[in-house]
Structures are given as structure tokens and as C-alpha cells.
Design a protein around this ligand. Structure first.
Ligand code: IDP
Ligand code: MG
Length: 149
């Protein structure tokens, strides 16, 4: 089954959005197989955002992401990467469609509530950065017979 890495960022945690974010993905039929509440250490922030470390916004991004705890998750489901990216919405909340998480809950690009992996390769890389294999607990959900044709 496909997997992705999702993370409620510090603004989402402070604004009490963890439960709503989880509920959206659960109701869609996706399955959380790992989750933890954590303040990210600097070395994992640098690894996670390796593609952005040279960008002008990185110092601000780093201090934001380390400003408080995040809620880190691994989710499973068919096409989970594409589906969750659609449900998250555009990077800039001002451009994110209504009905998406960023479209419904945020205003500016620097505080956009949630991270989601953007490809299967990125997902595998990000899951390995943040979770040890034994922290992931696969299981069958009883409604799967009514989700997958
Ligand atoms: P994504 O989160 O939609 O995948 P990326 O381009 O990978 O977007 O950027 C990672 C994160 O860096 C964004 O979610 C946002 O928090 C932050 N970011 C991206 N571009 C900017 C910017 O121009 N100014 C401030 N923060 C930015
Ligand atoms: Mg990205």
C-alpha cells in the first residue's frame, strides 16, 4: 500500500487543528499507521527541508518549524500522496482552494498548517527521517471492503 508523511506544523498545533486534520484524512478512508507529537531537532529539520536550505526563506522556515511541537504521521492508502496533497491544497494558503486544509484554515505561506510529501520518493525519504520502522504499525481497517473495489 502507498504511504506518505504528513505533519501538522506548530501553527496547526497551537490553533487546535490536529483533530480536524486527522478527521479529514480518516473520513476520506486513508489510514494512519504511525503518529507522534514532537518538537523537531535541528538536524532533522535540515534533512527534511534539504531542498530548501539555500533559499532566502529558509531561516524563517526553520525557526517557525522549531518554534513548538509538531504532530508527525505516516498514512497509508491507494494513491495517498496525490490524494493528501490535493486535500492539503496549494503551498500559499491565499491560493489554496476552499475545502482544502490550507484553503480553509490559513492566510499566509509562512504558516500553512501542514506538511505533506510531494511524491512517493519524497515520502519514503521523509518517513525514514522521522520514524524508525518499529514505530509504524500496519493493520487492516474493517471498512476497507467498502473503500477498495
Ligand atoms: P509544500 O509545503 O507545499 O510542499 P514547499 O515549496 O516544499 O511547499 O515549501 C516548504 C515549506 O516552506 C512551505 O510549506 C512553507 O511553509 C515554506 N515556504 C515555501 N515557500 C516560502 C516562501 O516563499 N516564504 C516563506 N515560506 C515558504
Ligand atoms: Mg514540499
Amino acid at each position: 500500500m502507498d504511504r506518505t508523511f504528513l505533519m501538522v506544523k506548530p501553527d496547526g498545533v497551537q490553533r487546535g487543528l490536529i483533530g480536524d486534520v486527522i478527521a479529514r484524512f480518516e473520513k476520506k478512508g486513508l489510514k494512519m499507521v504511525a503518529g507522534k507529537f514532537e518538537k523537531l531537532p535541528e538536524e532533522r529539520v535540515l534533512e527534511h527541508y534539504a531542498e530548501h536550505v539555500e533559499k532566502p526563506f529558509f531561516p524563517g522556515l526553520k525557526s517557525y518549524i522549531m518554534s513548538g511541537p509538531c504532530f508527525l504521521m505516516v498514512w497509508e492508502g491507494k494513491d495517498v500522496v496525490a490524494i493528501t496533497r490535493q486535500m492539503i491544497g496549494a503551498t500559499n494558503p491565499a491560493e489554496a482552494a476552499p475545502g482544502t486544509i490550507r484553503g480553509d484554515y490559513a492566510l499566509e505561506i509562512g504558516m500553512n498548517v501542514i506538511h505533506g510529501s510531494d511524491s512517493d520518493e519524497t515520502a519514503a525519504r521523509e518517513i525514514a527521517i522521522h520514524f524508525a520502522p518499529e514505530e509504524i504499525a500496519p493493520y487492516a481497517r474493517i471498512d476497507e471492503a467498502f473503500l477498495y473495489e
